[in-house]
Design a protein around this ligand. Structure first.
Ligand code: GRF
Length: 220
């Protein structure tokens, strides 16, 4: 018997390289997951073209058309409610969502952030890692909660900072890791292996004490 589909909506604002990695993963994986829509808050986001090239329906909810943040959130929530996806993937979605929005979709919303959370929430993570002299850096997939970049972490991928690294180089290497990590985490959720319960991540039904860890070798 075929498995029931697991519907995913991806929210983007820009290039959509993570979206591309997820599309490619889903095309070859043994998974019931499928992207039912890609929504951008920017009409010219390149990720919309990537989605269309893959035959995925797209929509634009232009934040500039709304004077109030709450009105934009309501429009987005209405579309998500109609689609009723299992997973809402934030992939370079550069809008802060209101607490009311996040609470409404709690447990469905996930994000990828370019740092080893809880370190370096917010912006400019690569420069801050270099300024601190850290030897390791990476990215985190986490459930979205009202506090920015503070939700329970599902999985992380780690790299070593090399002497002479500049923020742009680190950004490229971290993004390459993101393209491995995000599809993997989505695959776990789609398979029903990962869930959010009372602000804790369950993995195979057991509370996960610390994030799943992906080394720079994605085969491990
Ligand atoms: C990613 O690097 C992610 O860390 C951050 O936004 C970036 C989006 O890139 N949240 P892309 O649009 O997926 O290429």
């Amino acid at each position: 018997m075929s498995r029931p589909a697991v519907d995913i909506v991806v929210l983007i604002s820009g290039s959509g390289s993570n979206l591309q990695a997820i599309i490619e993963y889903l095309a070859q994986a043994d998974t019931p997951a499928r992207i039912v829509r890609v929504i951008s808050n920017r009409p010219n986001a390149y990720g919309l073209k990537r989605a269309q090239a893959a035959g995925i329906e797209t929509d634009v909810i232009d934040h500039q058309a709304y004077t109030e943040r709450a009105d934009f959130d309501r429009a987005l929530a209405a579309e998500l409610q109609a689609l009723n996806p299992t997973i809402i993937v934030l992939a370079g979605f550069m809008r802060i969502l209101s607490a009311a929005f996040v609470e409404r979709f709690r447990g469905q919303l996930i994000n990828i952030h370019p740092s080893l959370l809880p370190a370096y929430r917010g912006r400019d993570t690569h420069a801050r890692v270099l300024a601190a002299g850290d030897q390791t850096h990476g990215c985190s997939v986490h459930y979205v909660t009202p506090d920015l970049d503070a939700g329970p972490v599902i999985a992380q991928a780690v790299l070593t900072v090399q002497p002479g690294d500049k923020p742009a180089q680190l950004a490229d290497r971290v993004q390459a890791l993101e393209h491995q990590l995000y599809p993997k985490a989505i695959g776990w959720i789609a398979a029903g292996r990962v869930a959010l319960q009372d602000d804790q991540v369950l993995f195979d039904g057991v509370v996960q004490p610390s994030p799943r860890y992906l080394t720079t070798d994605p085969s491990q």
